[in-house]
Design a protein around this ligand. Sequence first.
Ligand SMILES: Cc1ncc(C[n+]2csc(CCOP(=O)(O)OP(=O)(O)O)c2C)c(N)n1
Ligand SMILES: CC(=O)[C@@H](O)[C@H](O)COP(=O)(O)O
Ligand SMILES: [Mg+2]
Length: 637
Amino acid sequence: MPVETPLLDAVKYPADLRKLEKNQLRQLADELRAEVIDAVSVTGGHLGSGLGVVELTVAIHYVFNTPDDRLVWDVGHQCYPHKVLTGRRERIRTLRQGGGLSGFTKRAESEYDPFGAAHAATSISAALGFARARDHLGRKNNVVAVIGDGSMSAGMAYEGMNNAGHLGTRLIVILNDNDMSIAPPVGAMSAYLARAASGKLYQGVRKISKQFMKRLPPALYDKLAKAEEYGRAMVTGGTLFEELGFYYVGPIDGHNLDHLIPVLENVRDMDDGPVLVHVVTKKGKGYPPAEQSADKYHGVAKFDVVSGKQHKGAPNAPAYQKVFAKALIKEAEKDPLIVGITAAMPSGTSLDLFAEAFPDRCYDVGIAEQHAVTFAAGLAADGMKPFCAIYSTFLQRGYDSVVHDVALQNLPVRFPMDRAGLVGADGPTHAGAFDIAYLGCLPNMVLMAAGDEAELVHMTATAAAYDEGPIAFRYPRGEGVGVELPEQGRILEIGKGRIVREGTKVAILSYGARLAEAIKAADSLEAHGLSATVADARFAKPLDHDLIRQLVRHHEVVVTVEEGSVGGFGAFVLHFLAGEGLLDAGLKIRTMTLPDVYIDQDKPEKMYDVARLNAPHIVETVMKALGRSAEVVNLRG
Ligand SMILES: Cc1ncc(C[n+]2csc(CCOP(=O)(O)OP(=O)(O)O)c2C)c(N)n1
Ligand SMILES: CC(=O)[C@@H](O)[C@H](O)COP(=O)(O)O
Ligand SMILES: [Mg+2]
């Protein structure tokens, strides 16, 4: 067997790829797949979805004149092969690290990333925008969106298709159907796609001119021609899409370059209307440990390429998400009205544990946060106690439902919000930065933040017991601080915080999981003769007015700390103090929040250094308020 000359080394950009012969693309795809596996083995990240689109990525860049032809990826977690082929191979092993490549598509990173992504189902709307810009500006480029079957469970995908079909704009949507979301897909749409993809023959291509058919490989042409003879009696794979105004082409084998390339060449050359090309792929394709795993290695730690064994360090403390799920199970054992809802994140929220305990009381509604919230509102309206568990960042997708369907009607929906604060490798698109601000402004809403994992147990119990209206509680990604967990959650008094340690001169009022840093800061200050009180606010709404008055009256400096954006807890405290006339000149009060910028990915502790929300920064803030900033350098050591 002659040793093949490596091809990937000669492909820095798609223009290099397009110089290859078609019969070389198979080898290129194999080399690309190996490169992605090796790279992710040292970086960790999203692997399965990228492996599933290796051939598709090669075919798209071969057929379309990227970057002039716009390629918009949905979510973007599958874009590692795309990044290797678009001038970023040298940096691919910096993926998701501080100063490295983003784990998603990002405009600032490359002209081959015309649109940033990470939250699902935005690609069709964005691509339609590019297509209409092209038409307005008299350009002729193609626009291609690649969206997964899981992302097709999000309503926004239909909003985009509906508008595209109505406008009749030339647009190519490639549906990458691997029959997986993060978990197996849910919903009628996935069943529909499964039917479409399960036909014995790949569906004939309807309505597209004959010249398309003759461009196909003879074997496939014969099959399709036969399929045409059977007319539409066969299970038609595309009716839904055709009703939305799209030509439907497919399903096509998304790993077969001999099928992909002629089809893409033909839809490229079509000059009318939007087209949806349905490709069938395998998530994790070409890497047995991924193919054989339940989640197809959707998100992986660094791993050994040969064995596929991930290098997951032993946890120092239980993960917040598991603490929440176990606490919820305990509450649900006592209360049959409790139900759980996730929007396609059963494992990430750990509601999969709840589902194991209560299979008929846990709903995975797909990537449909807006629906999840209003669904929960309906459940609550008629007597149930729904826990609508959505990451802080993804709850943004359901915000109007929170306002209009839950808060305004004062319905007792519970919102456990995981991934509050900075989340590390996923970067700014996934930071749970804004929920304090966007929920704290809503009448009827009660807001809690867990200072540690024991507090999370109490807050889960409190939420279960609270039936007066909506209540949300936030907690960070990852492990707790290692405090002892209570056997049973205690019901907290709504609107009451707690003093964690008594001091006299300085008061640090923490909201949420920066509490550990606040305690460290107090230790530093004590070591330098400054007696510091640490209080855990527990509630951002309603505020504990008595606690705040007490801190303000008995301390020279008060500092609030939260892992949230401007306009959150600190703002609420200042608003209260101003209203009480307590913001007089003598009061030294400072608010510490996330800075008003988007912080790129890094290790969380490093991101909190950038955000200036670690213990030394709290100390520095106190010292500057006391006019002793010169001593800060010593303090920081
Ligand atoms: C609005 C939103 N909700 C949830 C997620 C979390 N998420 C990331 S990828 C994914 C599954 C996507 O499935 P699919 O589109 O089929 O892509 P695949 O991983 O199968 O390639 C989910 C739920 C998200 N990115 N955006
Ligand atoms: C791509 C995506 O949005 C999810 O896979 C997300 O990265 C999961 O985040 P966690 O790893 O914090 O669960
Ligand atoms: Mg999928």
